[in-house]
Design a protein around this ligand. Structure first.
Ligand SMILES: [Zn+2]
Length: 70
């Protein structure tokens, strides 16, 4: 089992960070590979979704938040 996975395909569906406009990345939690979240690529921003059971849920949550801020 992989301990850490980044899904590059789904990043094309991610909207920019609603807080700072940086790119965001979908990844599984290092400690819990079955959980997913989207995080802002900016270390100083720290924007992220809650951990979700499905990668698609995390993407949807991120994009929904981005739209709310927009
Ligand atoms: Zn950000």
């Amino acid at each position: 089992m992989k301990k850490y996975t980044t899904v590059s395909v789904s990043t094309t569906e991610l909207l920019p960070c609603p807080f700072c406009g940086s790119r965001a990345t979908l990844s599984s939690l290092p400690m819990s590979p079955s959980w997913w979240r989207v995080r802002c690529d900016s270390y100083h921003c720290g924007g992220s979704t809650w951990a979700m059971g499905e990668a698609e849920e995390a993407v949807n949550a991120w994009n929904r938040r981005a739209n709310e801020q927009g």
